[in-house]
Design a protein around this ligand. Structure first.
Ligand SMILES: Cc1ncc(COP(=O)(O)O)c(C=O)c1O
Length: 447
């Protein structure tokens, strides 16, 4: 079994059980025959994950972002949407569909956002739409600063946590939750908001069920009123067949499990640190950032594609090249995302393969970028100090509770206690689940 299969063993098991009990399809739209107790149960789980009063599930987060922004932007009279310049296509499309006025602010630039907010009358309805982790460069939004500006200028905050849910936060709620890590950890049994925490200050959080949670689908979470407006008016929610029951149960199992068990997200960060550190020792240029994304700067579209092809053909490693228009011309890169399932041996193979590709194609290393005055944050005259979002303390590196990296053929850990707790959340819908003895025996590692 591959590391990824083990990683998703528990959700897959729930998916299989739901399929035999409820069949393949939902049978209709949410308003006509396609609304099951499993859908409602998933929405409760999501609302509770983000400690919001309500949540609404869509067929993807592309649809969720489009539907939510299009609905709110069109229902709030004269609304102006302030959109980060690096926002995902789904948000851009939602804003376009709303016909609201759009104002683009410079990526993660609070001064530019404030200047643009100031130019709009206070009484005008406003939405600030942004992401937590930007997947092409790994940058992280100044979420707290954006909340301060939203308070000051009377704006609704709309935060896409697609690249963070399941991977950040004591409960896997994303970066907004992570910013008050200890407070959320101390109250993890609760679904009540931590008052004035960053997560509490965000009006609408959106996320995907298709990345860290390993299934498919998307959602919004927010106040009961906001969610109700979207439920009542968004065509992307109303006029489409709802997600299949097995997918819905698999998603809930995955979320419930990840809420209980921090080991996977901690190990992802430990692997990320390891890859970044090994690349740095070889002067392989990595665009600095505080997240799990590792953008290796190549700086040329043809060479980035050639490097990606060579990694696959010669070294059996799939790493996508990212070219214009996703990134600026001259900032082309390879984008690597370590998972908790990657072993020490796989990481060593990745790093030595990249090193060989850099030699073969004569790609620029960090000192070459320094000589050129820097590019995309690499080799800049004044280096930017970046601290990882997951501190040593969060990772358990200070007290020895950090998870152990996989090596020597050891497989990923499934935390039996987390399976049992997650199982209870679905028991009324799926009956009793796997007995503890059926759960595969895994490597012993701390959470
Ligand atoms: C930032 C962002 N938002 C939304 C989406 C859409 O999510 P989904 O794949 O669930 O449609 C993506 C997809 O990669 C994304 O990167």
């Amino acid at each position: 079994m591959s590391p990824i299969c083990i990683f998703f063993w528990y959700p897959t098991n729930s998916l299989r059980r739901t399929l035999s009990r409820y069949g393949a399809g939902a049978g209709g739209t949410r308003n006509i025959a396609g609304n099951g107790a499993l859908h409602l149960s998933l929405e409760d789980e999501l609302a509770s994950l983000h400690r919001k009063p309500a949540a609404l599930v869509f067929s993807s987060c592309y649809v969720a972002n489009d539907a939510c922004l299009a609905t709110l932007g069109s229902k709030l009279p004269g609304c102006v949407v302030f959109s980060d310049s690096m926002n995902h296509a789904s948000m851009i499309q939602g804003i376009r569909h709303s016909n609201a006025k759009k104002v683009i602010f410079k990526h993660n630039d609070l001064a530019d956002l404030e200047a643009k907010l100031q130019a709009v009358p206070k009484e005008t309805p406003k939405i600030i739409a942004f992401e937590s982790v930007y997947s092409m460069c790994g940058s992280v939004a100044p979420i707290e600063g954006i909340c301060d500006l939203a308070d000051k200028y009377g704006a609704i905050t709309f935060l896409d946590e697609v690249h963070a849910v399941g991977m950040y936060g004591a409960n896997g709620g994303g970066v907004a939750e992570h910013l008050d890590f200890e407070a959320h950890l101390a109250t993890r049994e609760s679904s009540e908001p931590v008052k004035r925490s960053v997560q509490d200050r965000i009006d609408i959080i959106t996320g995907t069920l298709g990345k860290a949670f390993g299934v498919v689908g998307g959602y919004i979470a927010g106040s009961a009123d906001l969610v109700d407006v979207v439920r009542s008016y968004a065509p992307g929610f109303i006029f489409t067949t709802s997600l299949p029951p097995a997918v819905v149960a698999g998603a809930q199992a995955s979320i419930a499990y990840q809420r209980e068990f921090m080991g996977d997200r901690r190990l992802q960060q430990i692997n990320t640190r390891e890859v970044k550190s090994q690349l740095d020792k070889l002067d392989i240029p990595v665009v600095p950032n505080p997240s799990h994304i590792i953008p290796v700067l190549v700086g040329d579209a043809a060479l980035a594609k050639e490097a990606s092809d060579m990694l696959l053909a010669k070294h059996k490693i799939y790493v996508q090249s990212i070219n214009y228009p996703t990134v600026a011309v001259g900032e082309e890169r390879l984008r690597i995302t370590p998972t908790p399932g990657h072993s020490t041996e796989q990481i060593a193979h990745l790093v030595s393969s990249i090193d060989q590709v850099f030699n073969t194609l004569n790609l620029k290393r960090t000192p070459d970028w320094v000589a050129l005055g820097g590019r995309a944050g690499v080799g800049m005259p004044i280096p930017v100090k970046v601290n990882p979002i997951w501190t040593d303390k969060h990772l358990g590196l200070d007290d020895g509770s950090a998870p152990v990296r996989l090596e020597g053929g050891k497989r990923s850990l499934v935390r039996k206690e987390a399976v049992k707790i997650a199982e209870k959340r679905l028991i009324h819908l799926l009956g009793s689940g796997p007995s503890v003895k059926d759960i595969p025996t895994m490597v012993a590692a701390a959470a």
